[in-house]
Write a protein that binds this ligand. Structure first.
Ligand SMILES: *Cc1c(COP(=O)(O)O)cnc(C)c1O
Length: 356
């Protein structure tokens, strides 16, 4: 039976990425060696890193003056690296979910944190519209897609202080105006590649402005100076990420992805709104994520949650159990998720409705 992979992360990757990576695990670039067993300083691997950086710049239209880095430690290490490098005395954070809250916790090690707005009062089921940004904060940190709560911030905010964006679960899903950000980071494992690489896009002039001693590995300048080769990069995840970047380019880039993502999300939300058994956890339609679609049984049918999970799993739907802090279901429909899989989930929901 065909499996439809709705996991939130690590999550579905393009067939292309898996095939090319499998080939390179056995024979990388005609070397007769595995991509896992060649020096990261070999000309073959340096070419991989260079092309990956170039493609990120091309696909996201990264302006001059920014560096693209592939680091390790996941987005969670960026929660501390960002304030370590950029927070002078105070920083503002938009608190839109569990990941924002974790980022806030780390920033507090380095200075005062002001919550510019929070949606915690409603279990993070919306994106706050009124944002209070103190002008003396070093930056405003936003989580552009709230992987757990199924909300997404679709605008690159206009604020008078630098923006920092955790884009772990929606990078490459739509065009973004990089020039508004001093720093963007994303763990690879949602929309780019296997876990183990973290994409960082940093404005060169934003680094080195504050008066703080920073250990070498945690200093962005180290990695900017050494083109992500200060120490051994995560060669296999970077190689696989490059394949996804090539796939993105072949398939029309982020503009084309956005169109498909709009279509996939609309289909699924329409079904959730129509089907008598289900309802969205995000009432404001404009805040609903196009990457992680969260929904629950309507109160009337609440008792059938487990039955639906079993029913869906028999139909090949994998990973749709909701995060424990929201309950219900979550269908993650990242770039690599084909329209057919979204249709298969919709059919499953319709078949289940007929049994009630
Ligand atoms: C998954 C996720 C993280 C955590 O990423 P790690 O790479 O596991 O540290 C952080 N932020 C968001 C928005 C995420 O989706």
């Amino acid at each position: 039976m065909k499996k439809h992979n709705f996991y939130a992360g690590p999550s579905i990757l393009p067939e292309f990425t898996k095939e090319k990576t499998a080939e390179a695990i056995m024979n990388f670039a005609g070397t007769g060696l595995s991509v896992m067993e060649v020096s990261h300083r070999s000309k073959e691997f340096v070419a991989v890193m260079d092309e990956a950086v170039a493609l990120v710049k091309e696909l996201l239209k990264v302006p001059e003056g920014y560096s693209v880095l592939f680091l390790q430690g996941g987005a969670s290490t960026q929660f501390l690296m960002a304030p370590y490098n950029l927070l002078d005395k105070k920083a503002a954070y938009l608190n839109t979910g569990a990941w924002s809250a974790k980022a806030i916790k780390e920033a507090k090690f380095f200075g005062e944190v002001v919550e510019a707005a929070s949606s915690k009062d409603a279990n993070y089921n919306y994106i706050p519209k009124k944002i209070d940004v103190p002008s003396d904060a070093s930056y405003l940190h936003v989580t552009t897609n709230n992987t757990i709560y199924g909300t997404q911030l679709y605008t690159d905010l206009d604020v008078d202080i630098p923006l920092v964006g955790d884009m772990s679960s929606d990078i490459f899903s739509r065009p973004i105006d990089i020039s508004k950000y001093d720093l963007i980071y994303a763990g690879a494992q949602k929309n780019l590649g296997p876990a183990g690489a973290t994409l960082v896009i940093v404005k060169n002039s934003a680094v080195g402005k504050i008066d703080r001693q920073i250990p070498t590995m945690l200093n962005y300048q180290t990695h900017i100076d050494k083109d992500s080769m200060f120490n051994t990069p995560s060669v296999l995840p970077v190689f696989a990420s490059l394949q996804t970047l090539r796939w993105l380019k072949q398939n029309g880039g982020v503009e084309a992805m956005e169109q498909t993502n709009i279509k996939k999300a609309a289909m699924l939300y329409d079904e959730i709104d129509r089907n008598k058994l289900f309802e969205s956890t995000v009432p404001n339609k404009e805040d609903r994520s196009k990457m992680n679609v969260t929904f629950v049984m309507t109160p009337e049918f609440a008792e059938f949650e487990k039955e639906f999970l079993d029913f869906a799993s028999e139909k090949g739907m994998i990973g749709i159990k909701g995060h424990r802090s929201v309950g219900g279901f979550r269908a993650s429909i990242y770039n690599a998720m084909p329209v057919e899989s979204v249709k298969a989930l919709i059919e499953t929901m319709q078949e289940f409705e007929k049994t009630k």
